[in-house]
Design a protein around this ligand. Sequence first.
Ligand SMILES: Cc1ncc(COP(=O)(O)O)c(C=O)c1O
Length: 389
Amino acid sequence: VSADAYFLALSDALHAAEIYSPRLVIDLDRLKGNIAAIKARLGAGLRLRIADKSLPCLPLMALVREAFAADLFMTFHPPVSVAVATEFPSANLLFGKPMPAAGARQALAKGLFAGPDSPAARIIWLIDSDERLKAYAALAEQLGIDLRICFEVDVGLHRGGYRDANALAHALTALRDIPRLRCEGIMAYEAHIGKIPGLFGGPPKALAKTASLFRRFAACLGPDQRTILNIGGSSTALLYDSGVGANEVTIGSAFVLPSDFDVASLSALKPAAFIATPILKALDARMPGFDERSWILQRLGLFPRRACFIYGGKWMADAVHPPGMRPNKLFGYSTNQQFMALPDDADVKADDFAFLRPTQSEFVLQQFGPIVVYSGGAIVANWPVLPAG
Ligand SMILES: Cc1ncc(COP(=O)(O)O)c(C=O)c1O
C-alpha cells in the first residue's frame, strides 16, 4: 500500500473507534514484523536485553519478551523499574545509568526490588566510577546485604564510565576487599558509531574500535564476573556477531522504529508508532501582522498559501501525513493548536486526521494516555502506558 492509502485506512479505523483527540497509535502488525526481523538478524550468541524506557508500556514489553523468550531488561528510572519488576517476576533488571547511592538506599529500604530470596536480588546497579563503587560498598555494609553490580565502560561514546581497561582492572582489584558487592559484568553503550564522519574513518572504523575496546574491558573480568557482557542500542545492536565478545545487546526503540533510528542496519523494519491527531481547521494561511500582505512572505517562499491547525503539537515528531504537511518557522509552534503548512493542492479538511512519526519512542509514547493498537485495519486494543514522572 502507498503511504497515502496506509494513513487513509488508519484514519478510517480511528474514526470508527470514535477517537477525536491526539493519540499514540501502534501498528501491531508492523510491530510483529519488526520483532521477527530483529529476531532473524540478532547475532548468534547474543541475548536480547529490552530497554524499558524506549517501550514504556507493559503489554508492549510483554510482546517483545515473549517473542524472544527474553527476561533481561535494561531499566533507567525506578518507578518504571518497579513496574517492570512487578509485572515480570522473573525479570533480571540492569540499570542503564548509575543511580545516586542515596536513591538506591531509599529504593532498597522500601523493598522495591525485593526478590523471593533476597531484598536486593532483582536488580543490578551500575557503577561508573571508583567513588560510586565506594558509595555502594558503604551502602551494602550499612544495609547488611549483598548487592549485584555491573561496571559501565566507555567504548567511545564518552558519556562517563570506566575510561580504559587499566582503570577497570584497578576497580576489580579494589572489589576483592568488598565481599558484599558482586560483579556481574560490564555494560557499554556506543550510540555515536553511526554519526562518526568519514574524515575520522566513519562508522566501520568506530565499530571496530568499539569492539576492540569492549574485548579489552571484558578481558579484565574473572570467570565468575562475566554473566553480563552488554553492548549496543537499537542503532548498533544488529551490527554485531559474537566476535565482539559480548553475550547480550540492548534494544528498545527499534521495535517501533522512530525516525532517529532510520539507519542501514534497521532498514528491514517499518515505522510502527505514529501520533494521530485531528485536523481542526484547514484554511488559507495568513501571517499575523502581515494580514492582507501575507502574499509578500508567500512570494518569498517563507510562508504557505494553505495551512491547517492540528489538535496539539510541538511533539518530538515529524509530520508524515497529509503529504507535504510541515510546521512553519514564521508562524511558530504550539502545544495546543499547531499551525501546519500544506501544499497548495492539499486535499485536506477539518476532522481529517494528521499523522506524525515520533523521532524517539522514549517519553513520546507516554504523552497521550493509553496507546491505541491498530491491527488488520481496525483498532483492536488500548494499552496503558507507564507514568513518565
Ligand atoms: C546504556 C544504554 N544502552 C542501550 C540503550 C538503547 O536503547 P534503544 O535501543 O532504545 O536505543 C540506551 C538508550 O539510551 C542506553 O542508555
